[in-house]
Design a protein around this ligand. Structure first.
Ligand code: AMP
Ligand code: FES
Ligand code: ZN
Length: 306
């Protein structure tokens, strides 16, 4: 039995699975994320959310391949790659792999030191670029990620605290494809991380429990715990905060982000869409690959500043 106060109910294993399937199905249909015969590329990190998502989509009959990006974050990345590969092999699923060190000559700890930026910023930018590239190169109809309700509510809180209209306008559960960018969807936005963990437990999915060591103590995690404290006092306020935003506010903000308005050209090095001659990713690669490799331990001191 799992107790879910936001649904005001206790769930046995079979009903929990049913709840997860229904919520994912509702997210896909309400937001017109993709069609039944679309080819999907699921970005998988080895954690509970993305492995649960891949499992749910395959079980529902979608044509879904996996994409794993090796970020070079010490033992953490080694273990996440192992979990993803084991999941794919056990189920006979196709996994696309990209390794930052092997293919681009850098890793996240080194990029963070070389650019003097917080590690999560170099990491997020690398992942976004490589997800887009893998989807376009592979001819997929959409990239799907395992962002869940807790993630999206925490990002929303961060955006609201700064009234960051640009990011608020792009915080939708699905972003349509546009010149050079694939469609991007987040089918888990109606499920909490407790629910995706329960899915994995019941389905026997061996996910990596450990979180990224670099992210520990960052602002995003702080926002998550603030929302959990509010949720504790008044169950279902977290889902109301995010889902009512999507319902009522997101339509008012549509088309208001700078990215929607900006003129895009093509990066002269990699061909990706960009607003400058060389895209931000190629500039990150040039700076980071020229730097001596930095072990992950050296960037852990940068925690808590994001
Ligand atoms: P995060 O930004 O770490 O919270 O991850 C959000 C989503 O991005 C995950 O649910 C995955 O879908 C995807 N993701 C994160 N890390 C990786 C990775 N190393 N390789 C592929 N996908 C990833
Ligand atoms: Fe990107 Fe930790 S996963 S910095
Ligand atoms: Zn480029």
């Amino acid at each position: 039995m799992i107790d879910l106060p936001r649904h005001n109910a206790n769930f046995c294993a079979e009903h929990l699975l049913q709840l997860c399937r229904r919520q994912v199905d509702k997210a896909i249909h309400d937001h017109d994320m993709f069609a039944p015969d679309d080819r999907l590329l699921v970005a998988v990190s080895g954690g509970k959310d993305s492995l649960a998502l891949w499992d749910i989509l395959v079980e529902a009959g979608y044509r879904a391949d996996g994409l794993y990006v090796g970020l070079g974050i010490g033992d953490y990345s080694d273990a996440s790659g192992d979990h993803v590969r084991a999941f794919a092999t056990e189920r006979g699923l196709h996994l696309v792999e990209v390794d930052l060190r092997e293919q681009y000559g850098y890793d996240i700890p080194t990029a963070s030191r070389a650019t003097r930026r917080v590690p999560c910023s170099a990491c997020g930018m690398s992942k976004r670029h490589l997800f887009d590239k893998a989807a376009i190169d592979g001819g997929y109809d959409a990239v799907v990620t395992g962002h869940n309700l807790d993630d999206e509510a925490a990002v929303l809180l961060g955006n609201v605290l700064r009234w960051d209209v640009d990011h608020l306008a792009r915080q939708a559960p699905v972003l349509p494809a546009r010149a050079g960018f694939p469609r991007k969807a987040k089918p888990l936005v109606r499920l909490t991380e407790r629910e995706t963990a329960a899915w994995c437990l019941i389905r026997g999915i061996d996910y990596l429990v450990e979180e990224c060591p670099i992210a520990a103590g960052n602002r995003h995690l702080h926002h998550k715990s603030v929302l959990n404290a509010i949720e504790e006092e008044s169950p279902s306020s977290k889902s109301a905060f995010y889902l009512e935003f999507v319902d009522k506010m997101a339509p008012l903000l549509a088309g208001r982000s700078a990215a929607d308005a900006g003129e895009l050209t093509t990066c002269e090095r990699c061909g990706a869409p960009t607003t400058s001659e060389v895209c931000a990713f190629c500039r990150l690669v040039a700076t980071s690959a020229a730097h001596d490799p930095v072990p992950v331990e050296l960037v852990l001191g940068g925690r808590g500043r994001r």
